[in-house]
Design a protein around this ligand. Sequence first.
Ligand code: GLU
Length: 316
Amino acid sequence: MILAVSTFKNPSSPADGYRGRFAPSPTGPLHAGSLVAALGSWLDARKNGGKWLLRIEDLDTPRCIPGADQQIQAQLLACGLSWDEELTHQSKRQELYQSALGRLNQLKLVFPCCCSRQTIATSLARLGIQTPRNQEMVYPGTCRPNLLESNSPELFNTGAAWRLALPRDCHIEFEDLALGHQSQDLNKQIGDFVLRRNDGLYTYQLAVVVDDAQQGITHIVRGEDLLSNTARQIHLQKVLGYSTPQYLHLPLVLDEHGEKLSKQTLAAQINTQDGQHSLTELRKAAKHLGLKNLPDGKNVSIAEWLLAATHAWKAD
Ligand code: GLU
């Protein structure tokens, strides 16, 4: 693998105006929760007179379902949520992630790591740290000493994972447009995180930051389940020299057990078999977003309803 050292910066800067996006992973068709994220981000873009891009986040190939990206596109269009510019697929953008990793390597900010989950759990146990089952383990820095030798590009072929070395003080603060002030101490809560997995796949954290910057995204409106990733992404933006977009995290749709809707919890796909059903799904999503006084008649078209919803959406 040849590591090009890229110097790209945001090609379309925020000065060009509002640019939002919806970035589903094609792990299944849209369900009520993902429609909330799609509708919220679409309305925010339209209300601000901005662009709304669709990016299919299909990097984690073992989790992708063949055909799901087409299904998602058809569902969005059935709900009148059309996107601007060309649809993008992360799987076709590997060189961008490769050059960002190469750049971090030149900056001596990444190191190879061969720790398995078990090794990490054992090191943490030795330090007297127990991680609750549903929580990510904080990386204890086991392979950090590799940082010194990491600038040989050949090392990228060794089957190791690549982690970003955090600075000693890495306390990230930001204002979420919905949730207000947020902060996270990345050393205490996350540790040096993985940018490229040991199977060669680039991680969500790296790809999302590179894509948002490369696509000039100014506003990220997405589900609250992604809130805990935001500090990592802001830190990565800083070290790569990108600007930080505005963030707005939307309330999650929970099932009757209080679990987030997902493919794992067998969430049903939204029903877009005809205009009436699509409108019903949109109405449910809008209710969840707290939108009021929307036309509720049977004869209202999706376009009319979306226009009313855009007016009802709060401006930021
Ligand atoms: N692909 C991610 C997901 O489907 C969303 C990424 C994002 O909006 O930052 O959960």
